[in-house]
Design a protein around this ligand. Structure first.
Ligand SMILES: [Cu+2]
Ligand SMILES: [Zn+2]
Length: 179
């Protein structure tokens, strides 16, 4: 964690904002990801499809997410924000009450409260059912999350409620596979 200093640097980048963005783009374009999860919606949300890619860097893991087919809001100001986490279970299977029950709980090897679980991620903000985001995290290494699951939730994550941010039903899931 010592190498994650608050000086705006990202390895390989210039010490200015455009350089940081260029070095992130370079990391993505010039290196294959170390792991990928293919996301699929539950039976109730069959249109959801997406990919989460994990790129290892000196300063952490860059997590890139692109998802389509998220539920559209049913009213003005309806919800378009969806909690997303790495869960500690290893299967996108479940039961009639919870289609992805076997994805388990938020990945939390450090026994921390939410949202300091290693598996906690920024939520997806959907635009017309599609969402894209990227985040750099030093909470886990790629190797330790291979075989675990990514879950997208019906609701936003409040980043406060325990144990999981009150983000509601699991609507999509993918198993993280090493490459
Ligand atoms: Cu979750
Ligand atoms: Zn959490």
């Amino acid at each position: 964690m010592d190498n994650f200093q608050n000086n705006g640097s990202f390895s390989g980048g210039e010490n200015n904002s455009v350089g940081v963005i260029e070095s992130v783009a370079q990391l993505i374009l010039e290196n294959p990801p170390q792991a990928l999860a293919q996301i699929h919606g539950s039976e109730q949300y069959p249109d959801i499809e997406g990919t989460v890619a994990f790129y290892s860097d000196n300063e952490g893991v860059l997590v890139l997410t692109a998802v389509t087919g998220l539920p559209l809001p049913t009213e003005e100001c309806g919800n378009t924000v969806h909690g997303m986490h790495i869960h500690d279970g290893e299967s996108c299977t479940g039961n009639e009450n919870d289609p992805f029950a076997d994805a388990g709980a938020h990945y939390n090897p450090g026994d921390c409260p939410h949202p300091e679980h290693a598996g906690d991620l920024p939520p997806l903000f959907a635009s017309n059912g599609s969402a894209w985001n990227a985040v750099l995290l030093n909470r886990f290494g790629v190797d330790e999350v291979i075989g675990k699951t990514i879950i997208i939730h019906q609701k936003y994550d409040d980043f406060e409620s325990q144990p999981s941010g009150d983000s509601g039903l699991k609507i999509a899931c993918g198993v993280i596979a090493g490459l």
